[in-house]
Design a protein around this ligand. Structure first.
Ligand code: NI
Length: 167
């Protein structure tokens, strides 16, 4: 599936809650998982593939064989302690920056069978879940940088995008 790139307006919209889990939704999740793995990403949110729905997929396992799909996910609790980690995003290619976020989070949502799930996340999974859930609210990781850093990064990104479109 093609991935929308910043500054596509759909990436800035608040995605819709899913009232039910359908066969079509499961197929979308599977397509997203393949797209994510094909692009060597660790997570992907439905708005990034043009579907303004509250669905995320992730796989932070070393062998990329423990996929997670969550419907209507929320961060139910966050640690006061923060951690800094380098992040990138398939919708902002070529940019990697250190972002500070709560070190641990509790994430709740539904799995693709419609069962309630709760996950205690730390390390890369914690970063990934917070990053992907942000996407559902129209928030990109670059928004979590200091203003100065964001402006510098966006100027570089704009230059890269212009170069690519003229080559
Ligand atoms: Ni992203």
């Amino acid at each position: 599936m093609p991935i929308l790139l910043h500054p596509h307006p759909l990436l800035r919209r608040r995605a819709r809650e899913l009232p039910a889990i359908t066969e079509a939704l499961r197929a979308l999740a599977e397509n997203m998982r393949e797209t994510m793995l094909g692009q060597a990403g660790v997570g992907l949110a439905a708005p990034q593939v043009g579907e303004s729905l509250r669905l995320i997929v992730a796989d932070t396992s070393p062998n990329r064989n423990l996929p997670i799909a969550l419907v209507n996910p929320v961060v139910a609790a966050s640690s006061r302690e923060t951690a800094a980690a380098e992040e990138g995003c398939l919708s902002v290619p070529g940019v990697r920056e250190v972002v500070h976020r709560p070190a641990r989070v509790t994430v709740r949502g539904l799995n693709l069978q419609g069962e309630k799930t709760e996950m205690e996340c730390e390390g890369m999974l914690s970063v990934c879940m917070q990053h992907e859930i942000d996407h559902l609210d129209g928030v990109l990781f670059i928004d979590r940088l200091s203003r100065l850093k964001r402006e510098r990064v966006l100027a570089k990104y704009k230059k890269m995008q212009t170069r690519e479109s003229t080559e």
